[in-house]
Design a protein around this ligand. Structure first.
Ligand SMILES: Cc1ncc(C[n+]2csc(CCOP(=O)(O)OP(=O)(O)O)c2C)c(N)n1
Ligand SMILES: [Mg+2]
Length: 335
């Protein structure tokens, strides 16, 4: 790709390879997300839940982890995070199209509910915030085994209203477990705005109540998220306990393919969201730091698009599950 070799590699604090990889992951996540929405609108994928607007937050945290070693207990919006950790567009398109080879569940789970044993991504459920407790259990196991690992779990700001969230933070705080709680605050829980979800302005304000540091970071700024996460990870690895990290994001699409946010959000706000697209922002930053030029950015886009096209072709050619297996893993085996 066309990189400006003369540019200082660290004007943004990371080397150009890391920065380019971050941009590539953000773009791959965005283009794959858009593709799943198209497949949904064409009637080929039953469901889409979009992470558009969350890419910087997810890439920022993902790049501060040791992929495949640290445990990640995500939620349904973390498509881009899963790509950072090593899942592929093919994995996701097999699930979106309900193919037997879907590595997450053999097409049993809803699309958007991915997991990967190989990448230490724990199965995502739909019940809001249940995963946060699972992450704390994993962090306790990590601690008990003396492993040099951290656990990342994620949820939305709406998820913080659940009892599970508070129990999880309380326990992690008491035992100083190596877990990072990332709240991707997009200010809406389906149609319910943040002000109806909590009496505080920032999710991170809750952290002192559980004896842990809380940080609010601009979730549209991938490098700021990365710095905050690196700090939280270092603390966890040093045995200094958990962190509550709030990334303030924008939700560019509706909650899912089953709702239309124009019915409950102000049209002016929806227009304004477009001014806060984390991809445009990072690309401008990379260009002005001379890490990437227009041709370089286009080459990355083209490579991502080709990867997604190929993945879609493979997923379309893959067979659906055998109907005889419909009840596998659901009820006890038939005798
Ligand atoms: C326990 C529970 N209650 C309600 C729902 C329905 N539901 C699914 S997602 C969601 C909104 C969650 O919002 P938030 O936590 O802010 O995450 P976001 O979707 O905005 O990323 C709700 C209410 C659910 N799945 N589980
Ligand atoms: Mg939300």
């Amino acid at each position: 790709m066309a990189l400006s070799e003369s540019a200082p590699p660290t004007s943004l604090g990371l080397d150009r390879e890391a920065l380019t990889s971050m941009y590539r992951h953000m773009l791959l996540g965005r283009l794959l997300d858009e593709r799943v929405i198209v497949l949904n609108r064409q009637g080929r994928a039953p469901f889409a839940i979009s992470g558009q607007g969350h890419e910087a937050a997810q890439v920022g945290v993902g790049h501060a982890l040791r992929a495949g070693q640290d445990w990640v207990v995500p939620y349904y919006r973390d498509l881009t995070l899963s790509l950072v950790l090593g899942m592929t567009p093919r994995d996701h398109l097999l699930a979106a199209l309900g193919r037997a080879a879907d590595p997450s569940s053999g097409a049993r789970q809803m699309p958007g509910h991915f997991s990967s044993r190989a990448h230490r991504i724990v199965t995502t459920g739909s019940s809001v915030a249940t995963q946060v407790l699972h992450a704390v259990g994993i962090a306790l196991a990590v601690r008990s085994r003396g492993e040099d690992l951290v656990v990342l779990t994620t949820c939305g700001e709406g998820g913080t209203s659940e009892g599970d969230f508070h129990e999880a933070l309380n326990w992690a705080g008491i035992h100083r477990l190596p877990v990072i709680f990332l709240v991707e605050n997009n200010h809406y829980a389906i149609s319910v705005p943040q002000a109806r979800q909590m009496a505080v302005e920032r999710v991170a304000e809750r952290a002192p109540g559980y004896g842990m540091p809380g940080m609010t970071v601009d979730g549209g700024d991938v490098l700021a998220v990365h710095r905050a996460m690196a700090e939280a990870v270092a603390r966890a690895r040093a045995g200094e306990g958990p962190t509550l990290l709030e990334a303030q994001c924008v939700r560019l699409q509706s909650h899912s393919s089953d709702d239309d946010q124009r019915r409950y959000r102000d049209p002016a706000d929806l227009l304004d969201l477009r001014q806060h697209d984390p991809l445009d922002r990072f690309r401008a930053e990379l260009e002005s730091a001379r890490v990437l030029d227009q041709a370089g950015a286009e080459a990355i886009r083209e490579a991502c698009r080709e990867e997604i096209d190929l993945a879609q072709a493979e997923a379309e050619a893959a067979p659906p599950p055998d109907p005889a297996t419909a009840f596998d893993h659901v009820y006890g085996e038939e005798r």
